[in-house]
Write a protein that binds this ligand. Structure first.
Ligand code: ZN
Length: 323
């Protein structure tokens, strides 16, 4: 048993703000609108007529399109500023944890609740409260504190349309590997690679990787392939499923080059891509053997497997070798 550690003064001071706003309320720069809905659906591969059929023919009880519920937070996100500063500063707690040495951050949980459909013209306002600050915890990433925030989204009539709980971990980063460090396999002293959250729905995918196979979930009723795997076929709602081994060939649909935040276990700048597999399924992947400068939309790619740590196999996409 550890001796109880006295609560540091900065933590007591921060906890006096629990239940209070963590930032000023923010009204969306634009109302809910069709162009943003369309672009979001294109990026996500979302094809439901609910989000694109303006005639309302698909849903006689509604007038026109609705916004995908998962876009809830999109509308009030801060604008980009030319000077790189955040529009309204950090949420309360971020600066305090930074000052105490917990400078790295990772989002760990996000739960949203939707109270009504949003339609073009709705103007959202977001209010965020600091809900809790945990004691110091030892995690796989290092020592840190969890911060919980609760969001309320209201419309132009001040009616609540959705809520969100957001949990982040602010942690003390492990020593960073040198910028010229060799790739994962050659650097045994690097911090451990964070593990994915494996569920009963996704376990087959990770088991397949151990055998150097990229497995896709295939509906046993209508043969629809989908990823990421879930409990139900999104097309016919069947719960019966099997797997199909993907060819591993695809093209880059889109990509980002991640510079910040830098998590232990990865090399930066880190290219992350959306890959369109030739089976018609899209998945998120790291790129291997393709530099940030070489990445481009439409580039033909092929899956690679790498045992990043003993017993832990990951996939990435690299230059196409097979025809
Ligand atoms: Zn199906």
């Amino acid at each position: 048993m550890r001796e109880p550690v006295p609560t540091p003064q900065w933590l007591s001071a921060l906890r006096s703000h629990v239940g209070a706003p963590a930032a000023a309320p923010r009204t969306a720069p634009d109302p809910v609108n069709v162009p943003m809905i369309r672009r979001w659906c294109e990026a996500m591969g979302e094809t439901s007529a609910l989000y694109r059929d303006e005639s309302g023919a698909q849903h006689p009880n509604r007038q026109g399109v609705i916004a995908p519920p998962a876009m809830l937070e999109v509308w009030t996100m801060g604008r980009y500023r030319a000077d790189g500063k955040r529009e309204r500063g950090n949420l309360r707690g971020i600066d305090e944890l930074d000052a105490a040495g917990f400078t790295a951050v990772v989002a760990t949980n996000l739960e949203q609740t939707y109270l009504r459909d949003l339609q073009p013209g709705d103007l959202l306002t977001e209010q965020v409260l600091l809900e809790s600050v945990s004691d110091e915890k030892r995690t796989a990433l290092g020592l840190g504190h969890f911060l919980d925030y609760s969001y309320r989204f209201t419309d132009q009539h001040d009616a609540l349309v959705g809520t969100m709980r957001f949990r982040i971990l602010k942690f003390r980063p492990a020593a960073q590997p040198a910028a010229h460090a060799a790739p994962a396999a050659a650097a045994p002293q690097r911090p451990p690679h964070p593990r994915p959250a494996i569920t009963r729905d996704s376990a087959f995918f990770w088991d397949g990787l151990k055998e150097r196979r990229l497995l896709l979930r295939k509906c046993a009723r209508c043969a629809h392939l989908h990823h990421p795997p879930g409990p139900m076929c999104p097309r016919c709602h069947s719960m019966e499923w099997q797997t199909q081994v993907a060819s591993g060939r695809g093209t880059i649909h889109s990509y980002v080059i991640v510079h910040q935040p830098q998590l232990p276990g990865f090399d930066y700048p880190l290219p992350v891509a959306l890959i369109d597999l030739e089976e018609g399924v899209r998945l998120v992947a790291n790129l291997a053997g393709i530099s940030a400068a070489q990445a481009r939309i439409g580039l033909p790619v092929e899956v690679q497997f790498a045992e990043v740590e003993p017993g832990y196999m990951l996939y990435a996409f690299g230059p196409r070798r097979s025809p």
